[in-house]
Design a protein around this ligand. Sequence first.
Ligand code: SAM
Ligand code: DTB
Ligand code: SF4
Length: 332
Amino acid sequence: MYAELHRLYHQPLFDLLKQARGVHEAHWPEGQVQLCTLLSIKTGGCSEDCGYCAQSARFDTGLKVERLMGAGEVMERARAAAASGSTRFCMGAAWRGVRGGTERFEQVLDIVRQVSALGMEVCTTLGELGPEEARQLKEAGVTAYNHNIDTSREHYPNVVTSHTYDDRLRTIKNVQDAGMSVCCGGILGLGETIEDRLKMLEVLAGFNPPPESVPINSLMPMPGTPMADHSQVDVFDLVRLIAVARIALPGAKVRLSAGRTALSREAQALCFFAGANSIFYGEKLLTAPNPEKNDDLTLLHTLGLMPQQPDRGLEAPGADPARPRGPVPCGA
Ligand code: SAM
Ligand code: DTB
Ligand code: SF4
């Protein structure tokens, strides 16, 4: 698998784009881009040391820590997101994880129940989950859970030391077992090699069932973090990775995620051509800026693309019965 991803990636760019386009056209309706709205429901003060993250309490990033948002305020934001044409509402919390029976988890479940009544796809990203927490989130109405592997297994310890790659995979397994869709991807620009990026895709393509969506973030260097002075990801490296992701994960939404403020309209157009079919929509990601809504709608219109209709009955992708279930590929 890795050898094939390597071969695909290192072809002449137009050959790669042609193949990715073919796969995209065979699997997805013409010209649709999913709009997702992000909301940070608990910001900053996180115990973890992810070297890219403005929300880690270990770094002096100047971010204002905020407690868990009340259900009323979340609902206001969720209604506004639905009204603006967003079909997925993704709520993020800067926690290492959540534990059943705690007041804060009960509050999150209550928020999820209310948001899911609005009919959008509901995604949460709350850190580590055990099987029981995953089951309760699913029951409350979460359709997809975001938990990124971020990079290759080999590079991960250079980025995070407070938890492991296997901790991440365990949560993903719990999410799959509970019947939620998995949203799992990574970040480019963490000091990794192209090989690390392809190994990350190899891991994602080995998930059974495959991830429903794959966010590809480009590092937004955050002042105060150890990665504050990392340089911008090369746009053609980003486009190539999106194209290989499209080929390796034909049924997954490939989400052009953090870092679009640094991309030209032309660069984003190439990313869509290569197979990206989802974006975060709205002026703010979790803590960092994102393009203006109007600019995004204008860009989609200019390219002849349109916002995707909601998939209210979003089901988790089915597993291949001939292969072992779980996020860890056979033999890993
Ligand atoms: N705490 C939860 C977790 O770690 O899964 C959820 C929130 S975390 C901020 C979600 C993802 O956002 C990370 O896994 C990473 O891929 C992405 N991310 C965070 N900071 C970023 C940055 N500065 N630039 C690009 N992507 C970033
Ligand atoms: C993902 O892969 N990217 C989103 C979402 N999942 C939760 C988060 C991007 C965060 C960008 C940095 C910030 O806003 O602090
Ligand atoms: Fe915490 Fe998530 Fe940021 Fe890591 S990425 S520091 S776990 S909020």
